[in-house]
Design a protein around this ligand. Structure first.
Ligand code: BG6
Length: 526
């Protein structure tokens, strides 16, 4: 047996450099801070990744005291931490919370903010690394970065001080605006100071895709055009438009909101070549090659990209409103709440294998998964006829599938054909179901925990590089422009259904069909 080539990945989590850090959250009065960021930082403390002296400084325009900010965050934690928090945990956590009011808009003077932050840093005994999380309206990204520059808060490459800024999406609305934003930011910041977050990359099962592919030798040789019939990537949500999000969503839609980022990142992870080393740039280089190899076979957009919009229906006997009846949605909106696409990857490995992508709101189930559908066995050696009463059907070997279930009930499922016990050769499909919870128990860490820890450690592997972002926008922008300029009406689908019928046409007349995992299937253990 030959020895494998090694590219060591450090498995322990070193937190030694963290005790010199300060975290600032711009947009600290917003929903993201309360729902995701503060709970994630609390969990990092609970798991002993966040040294007790590291301050978390909330920054927003509204005047608030440290105490009132702490009181708000205590409520946020009680709502968002399963099982609640103890007084002792809160005691430690509240001591690291501070609040500084500051304007973040055009022309803002960060002098007073800098002085307040330095004072807090001295008091906490930190001062090497600053992490700033931009949880603000994206229109404040540039003005805030400008103000940081003017206040001398952006250290040079030679300085021992470090600054890392995390940008929440949306990072632009299309290719042009994203390019402009990147160019403007690059006048002030270096790429190593910019962390574009895609929270899907922080999900445990998403991180597992690469490890599963490159840590096992039996599957990787199968992942190519010789064995794979097609791949389906689904990010389905059962919820509609959440309260307060109508204004944003109606300007955005499923393509910008989820497909351009989360779905394309999943596609890259499953289709990329194994990197030579497990390092940020080596991985991102491989993802970039996949994005550059996207092809639509030269067909018109309407033949490979289908927009949909949910209409009023009944779910479990209760009326469910349509998109146009949701709060803050234009009554004649053409915005898509669903998108399905057929994408090809023009490279040696994947030539001719269709990747079917879909995402949207108001599906019957909340499910995110990557399903690799293998080719049929070359001949039906074991086809049998199965009868139940008068009903008989022809059963032959099903094609195998390998599914990465990202959520809920994170799992890896491999479907195979077996012999049903008995006196005949009766074929029966079964699923080998590996559930993360069974193997490792307990709750999996939230995506934001991992990603925030990575920013603090300066590891950008799970963040999107500017060239990846640009390629993703290059791919989706013509579709957006076509839908928007032609005022294409999205295909209607009933709230609580699997999307418009027209999306079936993408799969062609080849016997392929969209997967429809049922609730029972997803929650079934074995
Ligand atoms: C966000 C989108 O990026 O992802 C939301 O803006 C969507 O519209 C969410 O609901 C889905 O994320 P998750 O982790 O709940 O699958």
């Amino acid at each position: 047996m030959s020895n494998p080539v090694t590219s060591p990945v450090v498995t322990g989590v070193s937190t030694s450099g963290l005790k010199d850090s300060a975290i600032m959250i711009f947009g600290a009065s917003g929903d993201l801070t309360a729902r995701k960021l503060i709970p994630a930082l609390f969990m990092l403390q609970k798991k002993e990744f966040l040294p007790p002296n590291v301050p978390i400084i909330g920054v927003a325009r509204r005047e608030k005291t440290d105490d009132s900010f702490r009181a708000e965050m205590k409520i946020a934690l009680s709502k968002n931490i399963k099982g609640g928090i103890t007084e002792a945990e809160w005691e430690t956590f509240s001591k690291r919370l501070f609040y500084v009011a500051s304007n973040l808009e055009e022309g803002a003077d960060f002098g007073p903010l800098r002085d307040s932050v330095e004072k807090i840093e001295r008091q906490q005994g930190v001062g090497v690394t600053r992490v700033i999380y931009m949880a603000t309206d994206p229109k404040l990204f540039l003005s805030a970065v400008d103000a940081l520059g003017k206040a001398d808060m952006i250290p040079s490459a030679e300085s021992p001080r470090k600054l890392r800024i995390v940008f929440e999406k949306p990072f632009g609305r299309d290719l042009n605006s994203s390019r402009l934003l990147s160019q403007s930011l690059s006048k002030q910041l270096r790429e190593d100071q910019i962390y574009r977050i895609d929270h899907y990359l922080g999900k445990e099962t998403v991180q597992n895709i690469l490890l599963f592919r490159c840590g096992n030798s039996i599957f990787e040789p199968l992942l190519n055009r010789n064995h794979v019939d097609h791949v389906q990537i689904t990010v389905a949500e059962s919820q509609g438009i959440e309260a307060g999000r109508g204004g944003y969503y109606d300007k955005s839609g499923a393509l910008r909101d989820v497909l351009q980022n989360h779905v394309l990142q999943l596609l890259c992870l499953i289709a990329m070549e194994p990197p030579a080393r497990f390092e940020a740039d080596a991985i991102r280089d491989e993802k970039l090659k996949v994005l550059k190899a996207f092809s639509t076979g030269g067909r018109p957009i309407s033949e490979w990209a289908i927009p949909g919009q949910y209409v009023a229906s009944e779910i479990n006997g209760k009326p469910a409103p349509g998109y146009l009846q949701e709060e803050r949605i234009a009554p004649d909106s053409n915005r898509e709440t669903y998108v399905a696409m057929k994408v090809l990857i023009d490279n040696w490995r994947w030539a001719g294998v269709p990747f079917y992508l879909r995402t949207g709101k108001r599906f019957p189930e909340r499910v995110s998964e990557i399903a690799i559908q293998f080719k049929h066995p070359p001949m039906h050696l074991f086809s049998t006829v199965e009868c139940e009463g008068d009903m008989c059907q022809f059963v032959s070997a099903q094609s195998n599938s390998l599914v990465f279930r990202i959520q809920p009930n994170e799992a890896i499922l491999l479907s195979v054909s077996t012999k049903r016990p008995g006196m005949q050769y009766q074929i029966h499909p079964v699923t080998m179901n590996f559930q993360f919870e069974d193997a490792f128990g307990g709750e999996l860490p939230e995506a934001y925990e991992r990603l925030l820890l990575d920013v603090l450690r300066g590891d950008s592997t799970l963040f999107t590089r500017s060239d990846e972002l640009e390629e993703a926008w290059k791919f989706v922008t013509p579709v957006l422009e076509y839908w928007e300029s032609q005022t294409i009406r999205p295909e209607p689908y009933a709230a609580g259904s699997w999307g418009p019928d027209k999306a079936d046409q993408l799969l062609g007349s080849t016997g392929r069909s969209w997967r429809k995992p049922t609730s029972a299937e997803m929650h079934k253990k074995h």
